[in-house]
Design a protein around this ligand. Structure first.
Ligand code: 8YV
Length: 307
């Protein structure tokens, strides 16, 4: 049986089908990952991983027979693509199927953050209704929304935002003139003219997009939502801006060093935090798993045909 290494869980039905067709080893569950690799690495021919975990050079170097890195996700930023290309290792992703979920998460975080839903919920649970006054929230309908990255996810966010009568502008290297949104390539100008900024840019870039200056331009009435990658943000600057109320609030699904969340954020009421869960619905994770199964089958079938 072809041996595969999984770096994270997949839904049970996908797991069962993987186990029926392959010899499966779970790196994330191993008590001693090094000992597991010592034992199985020489025969591993595929890695199944997520967008955030990817497959670093150090792991690739341990796997001499590696032929495929099947990412359940769209970002390949955590996969060493140069090394994969050099060794002829396929890298596959699951585009399309998680777009709606990520856009839904962005809207959820936007609503939750502007309307202080987390704070209200904590207050009710603590039996404080009627005892602790809650400040009035920010109206969502009609805000000026700045979307950074108008790819599949950015466009899905814009479609949802349209139903909330939001005035939409976006920053993207490509102006999409067929769409009824204002193109504003200058991030500082976009931040200055937005009530809320949503970061939906592709993960596969090195540049920090959300700098201290962008946060300054967003200003004390502005909100920031991130469903892309934490490393695209100057995270210490974001924490300071939130602590000092130089921006109004943030909704974050992603962080620079997951699963570590800057401790200072845990004490702030103007932040909503999620554990990188934008695509974590049963329906979407099953759809992603189907694509991973197909990519694995194609990889090993085409090889059988050649051999
Ligand atoms: C994945 C992600 O769902 O697609 C990506 O790049 O970061 C996430 O949406 C996650 O990696 C789970 O596999």
């Amino acid at each position: 049986m072809t041996a595969l290494l999984l770096t994270q869980a997949v839904p049970a039905p996908i797991d069962a089908r993987l186990r029926a067709a392959y010899e499966i080893h779970r790196l994330d569950l191993a008590e001693d990952p090094e000992a597991l690799l010592d034992e199985v690495a020489p025969r591993i021919r595929g890695v199944v991983t997520g967008g955030a975990r990817g497959c670093a050079r150090t792991l690739m170097d341990r796997l001499p027979r590696l032929e495929i890195v099947a990412v359940a996700g769209v970002g390949t930023d955590a996969v060493d693509l140069d090394e994969a290309a050099r060794r002829g290792i396929r890298v596959t992703t699951t585009p399309g199927v998680l777009t709606d979920d990520v856009a839904d998460m962005a809207l959820g975080l936007l609503l939750m953050t502007l309307r202080d839903l987390g704070l209200g919920e904590r207050l009710v649970r603590a039996g404080q209704w009627g005892q602790t006054a809650q400040a009035l929230a920010r109206k969502v309908t009609g805000i000026r929304l700045g979307i950074i990255g108008l790819g599949q996810v950015g466009r899905a966010i814009a479609r949802r935002a349209t139903a909330f009568d939001m005035r939409i502008a976006y920053a993207d290297p490509q102006a999409q003139l067929q769409l009824p949104y204002r193109h504003e390539p200058d991030l500082l100008a976009l931040a200055r003219d937005s009530d809320a900024l949503i970061l939906a840019a592709s993960a596969d870039q090195e540049r920090v997009l959300i700098t201290a200056e962008v946060l300054e331009a967003l200003g004390p009435q502005g909100y920031f939502i991130n469903v892309a990658r934490g490393k695209l943000v100057d995270e210490p600057a974001l924490v300071r801006a939130l602590q000092e109320r130089r921006i109004a609030g943030a909704g974050l699904d992603v962080f620079a060093d997951e699963p570590h969340v800057p401790p200072a954020l845990l004490d702030l009421d103007n932040v909503v935090l999620q554990p990188h869960h934008a695509s974590a619905t049963e329906q979407t994770r099953l759809a992603m798993g189907e694509i991973v199964l197909r990519h694995l089958a194609e990889c090993f079938a085409s090889e059988a045909a050649v051999g």
